[in-house]
Unconditional design. Structure first.
Length: 315
């Protein structure tokens, strides 16, 4: 009797060990899949499975192993597409994929030295408080409407946010509707791009609320984010913005051009949560095109090990 129990115990132990081994193999495959999505060469293409003969049904992969295989294949295809897009658009490396955004958005406060005397005003900041190695790309004004930018950003799956001034976008709202259709959030950058501290409260309110009205009419929503032209503001600016439904005022920590980067911080480097500013500009004003600017800024971001995340997922 005792010998039988010992045999049963050994059988249970072997079964449990086998179950743990299967789980370990599955976990190892999952880790490998995730790793291949972020770095390293694309795996060699495998031949497509043979199609079933007429009258036969394709066998469905079963259980967790089948689901894991399907996930690995999706990751592999997404990785291959990103590598191909990077090559097409002249990037040596594909952009690093951003991590999942936080379930709870971080609390945003006004950056020290950027305060006014007002209470309860929208926070003014240059960096989002996060430990994730992500930065945020924002594009201002709306003068250049390069179709290549829309294709490039869509194919590379790079998220960004636009801050629009009506006097520059009103000749082609359709361009920015296409941008919005690709998942880009369109935000407020005033009607005419004035130096706001030079205006009184009512004039500032007309600039900001007037653009809110335009955004609602043309794009179906009143933005919660507002960026003052040139980054200049005073307490009246923030009071007016609050009255127009603005919740936050993101500025920037660095700025991208077609041929160089400019930095606000003393170390001239990126930091987790930094906001990067650039503009809708072309060769008439820059030493390059919008795709040239994206190539430069993405080379900088990727080389430093950062991913681009969507600002509105964090603010």
């Amino acid at each position: 009797m005792q010998l039988v129990r010992q045999k049963e115990q050994k059988h249970v132990f072997r079964s449990a060990t086998g179950f743990r081994s299967a789980r370990a193999v599955g976990a190892a495959l999952l880790v490998a899949a995730l790793g291949s999505a972020c770095a390293g060469p694309v795996a060699e293409e495998k031949p497509a499975p043979a199609k079933p003969a007429a009258g036969q049904q394709q066998a469905e992969p079963g259980g967790a192993a089948g689901a894991l295989d399907a996930y690995v294949e999706r990751v592999r295809k997404a990785r291959a597409a990103r590598v191909a897009a990077a090559k097409k658009w002249g990037l040596a490396q594909p952009p690093i994929e951003a991590p999942a955004p936080p379930k709870v958005k971080p609390k945003i406060t006004t950056r020290k030295g950027f305060e006014t005397d007002g209470v309860g005003l929208p926070p003014v900041f240059t960096t989002v408080p996060t430990k994730q190695k992500v930065v945020f790309l924002t594009i201002d004004d709306g003068a250049e409407k390069d179709p290549a930018l829309l294709r490039m950003m869509d194919e590379l799956k790079i998220p960004y946010s636009a801050f629009l001034s009506n006097y520059l976008v009103k000749d082609d709202y359709g361009y920015f509707k296409k941008m919005q259709g690709q998942g880009v959030t369109l935000n407020n950058h005033t009607l005419t791009h004035p130096y706001l501290p030079g205006l009184d409260y009512d004039e500032q309110k007309r600039e900001i609320c007037g653009m809110q009205d335009i955004m609602q009419k043309q794009f179906g929503r009143r933005p919660q984010l507002f960026r003052p032209p040139y980054g200049n503001y005073n307490e009246d600016t923030l009071r007016a913005a609050r009255s127009c439904g603005v919740k936050a005022v993101p500025l920037w920590a660095s700025e991208a051009f077609a041929d160089h980067m400019e930095w606000r911080e003393w170390d001239r480097d990126l930091h987790p949560g930094d906001i990067i500013l650039t503009h809708f500009r072309g060769k008439q004003e820059w030493k390059g095109s919008m795709p040239d600017m994206i190539r430069l800024v993405m080379k900088t971001i990727t080389a430093k090990g950062y991913a681009v995340a969507k600002l509105e997922d964090y603010v």
